[in-house]
Design a protein around this ligand. Structure first.
Ligand SMILES: Cc1ncc(COP(=O)(O)O)c(C=O)c1O
Length: 425
C-alpha cells in the first residue's frame, strides 16, 4: 500500500477541484480527503487482524460524520473519548457493541448514559470502576466493561502524546496497584476486559509490544488465579506512528500485526475478543490542506507567506514545531505544481492574532506568489478535530474525493456566519 498521497495526485485532484468550481473566492482554505485511500487503509487494517477483531477507529483523529458513516460501512467500530463523541457515534449509526468508550473523567451521568446505551466501557481508574458498580446495581445494561491499565513502559519521543510513563494521568499504574487490580477482577465478575494505550506518535513499536506483553502476562495471571477465563476482552489501543514525510519509511501495520500474532498467538484466536483503537494510522495520510497565499512579505531578508491555516487547524504544529513537521508544496492559481525553480526559505504564517501562529519556519519552497496555494501534506488526522475557535475564523469547506478527483463529495460546508455567531451565543 502506498504510504501517502503523492504530489502528482494532489496536483491532478486540485485541478479538478478548480475546474469543478469547488473552490470559491471565500474558500481561502479547503481540506481534502482521498476517500479511496481511506477505504484502502481500513480494508488493509481489517485484513491483518482476526476477522472477529473490533477496530474502534479513534474518533478524536477525525470526527466528521460523513467520514464516520463511510468507515461504518466497512464494518469497523469507533473509539470515543467523551460523551459528545459517544453521541456523535450513535448519530452516525454505530451499534452499541461497536463503540468503545474511553475518557479519563467520566461523570456518574456519563457512565449511566453509556451503560444504558450498552456500549463497551473502559474504566480509567478503580474509582470509576466503583461508580460503574454502583450504577449497575440500579439498572440492566448490555455493556461490557474493561479497565485501562498503565503498563508503565516509559515515554516516547513526544512527551505530550505519551501516556504510559511511570506517571500518567491515564489508567491504573500496574506496578503500584497490581494487587488492587487483581482484587477488582475477583470482586466484579462483570469486569471482563483490559485496555492499554501507550501514546500517539513518537512511541517506538517495541514499546507498544512491550506494553501488550506486560498486560498479556497480567491477564494470564488473573485468569489462572480466578480458575476460569474471566478476562476475555483485550484492547491494545492505538498508537502506531505515521510518517509525515514522504521520504521516510513509515512503520508497517503489517509488521506490527504480525509481531502481535507471532508473540501472542492466543490474541488471534477465539480465546480473546481483540479490540484495536487506531486513529492516526487510519486518517493522517489520507488528507491534505490547501490554503491560498494572501500576501508574501519580504522583510529583513525573511520571506513570509501569509496563509489562512495556522494554529486554528494545526495547533500542535504551531505550539511544538520541533515534533510536528509536515511536507509542503506550492501550486499556482491554476493548480500546477511548482517544481524546483528558484528555491528559497519561507515562513508559513497563519491568520491568527498571536506571534506563535506560524505553521513552519524556513521551509524551502519554489517562488511563492500571491494567489498560489500552499499544500500541507498528511493533514487528515488530528487537524480539523483540534480546530480552535480563537479569532472566530469560519471553519473551511471540506471535500472528499475518489480516484484523484474523478468524483467529489462535500463532506462539510464552509461555516456560515449564523453558525459562527450561534457558537458564541
Ligand atoms: C485511548 C486512546 N485510544 C486510541 C487513541 C488513538 O491513537 P492513535 O491515533 O495514535 O492511533 C488515542 C489517542 O491518543 C487514545 O487516547
Amino acid at each position: 500500500m502506498k504510504p501517502t498521497i503523492s504530489g502528482n495526485s494532489i496536483e491532478k485532484t486540485f485541478q479538478s477541484v478548480i475546474s469543478n468550481g469547488l473552490i470559491r473566492e471565500e474558500d481561502t482554505v479547503v481540506i481534502c480527503y482521498d476517500l479511496s485511500f481511506l477505504e484502502e487503509r481500513i480494508r488493509h487494517l481489517i485484513s491483518l487482524f482476526p476477522p472477529s477483531a473490533i477496530h474502534g477507529i479513534a474518533m478524536k483523529a477525525n470526527p466528521l460524520v460523513k467520514i464516520l458513516t463511510l468507515c461504518k460501512t466497512l464494518n469497523v467500530g469507533v473509539e470515543v473519548a467523551s460523551l459528545g463523541e459517544l453521541v456523535i457515534a450513535r448519530k452516525a449509526g454505530y451499534p452499541p457493541d461497536r463503540i468503545v468508550y474511553d475518557s479519563p473523567v467520566k461523570t456518574f451521568n456519563d457512565l449511566e448514559y453509556a451503560l444504558k446505551e450498552g456500549v463497551h466501557i473502559n474504566a480509567d481508574s478503580l474509582m470509576e470502576l466503583d461508580r460503574i458498580r454502583k450504577l449497575k446495581e440500579g439498572l440492566i445494561s448490555e455493556s461490557t466493561v474493561g479497565i485501562r491499565i498503565n503498563p508503565q513502559t516509559g515515554v516516547g519521543k513526544i512527551l505530550e502524546s505519551s501516556v504510559a510513563g511511570e506517571y500518567s494521568k491515564f489508567g491504573v499504574p500496574i506496578k503500584y496497584r497490581r494487587d488492587e487490580l487483581i482484587n477488582a477482577f475477583r470482586e466484579h465478575q462483570w469486569l471482563t476486559g483490559v485496555h492499554l494505550h501507550i501514546g500517539s506518535q513518537g512511541c517506538p513499536v517495541e514499546m507498544l509490544i512491550n506494553g501488550i506483553s506486560l498486560l498479556f502476562d497480567f491477564v494470564k495471571e488473573v485468569n489462572d488465579l480466578l480458575g476460569y477465563q474471566q478476562i476475555t476482552i483485550f484492547d491494545i489501543g492505538g498508537g502506531i506512528p505515521v510518517s509525515y514525510s514522504g521520504s521516510a519509511t513509515p512503520v508497517s501495520m503489517e509488521q506490527y500485526a504480525k509481531t502481535i500474532r507471532d508473540k501472542f498467538p492466543l490474541l488471534f484466536t477465539d480465546h480473546y475478543s481483540l479490540f484495536t483503537e487506531f486513529g492516526r494510522w487510519v486518517h493522517v495520510n489520507t488528507g491534505w490542506v490547501a490554503s491560498r497565499v494572501e500576501y508574501v512579505k519580504k522583510d529583513l531578508g525573511i520571506n513570509t507567506a501569509m496563509i489562512h491555516a495556522g494554529a486554528d487547524l494545526f495547533l500542535r504544529e504551531c505550539i511544538n514545531p520541533k515534533d510536528w513537521q509536515h511536507e509542503y508544496s506550492v501550486l499556482d492559481k491554476n493548480g500546477n505544481l511548482k517544481r524546483g525553480q528558484d528555491i528559497n526559505p519561507y515562513n508559513l504564517a497563519g491568520p491568527l492574532c498571536f506571534s506563535g501562529d506560524i505553521l513552519a519556519k524556513n521551509v524551502d519552497l519554489p517562488a511563492v506568489e500571491e494567489g498560489d496555494y500552499i499544500i500541507v501534506h498528511d493533514a487528515g488526522g488530528y487537524t480539523f478535530s483540534m480546530w480552535s475557535r480563537y479569532n472566530s475564523r469560519q471553519t473551511p469547506r471540506i471535500l472528499g474525493y475518489y480516484n484523484d478527483g474523478v468524483r467529489f463529495e462535500i463532506l462539510k460546508e464552509r461555516e456560515r456566519f449564523e453558525d459562527l455567531i450561534h457558537f458564541w451565543e
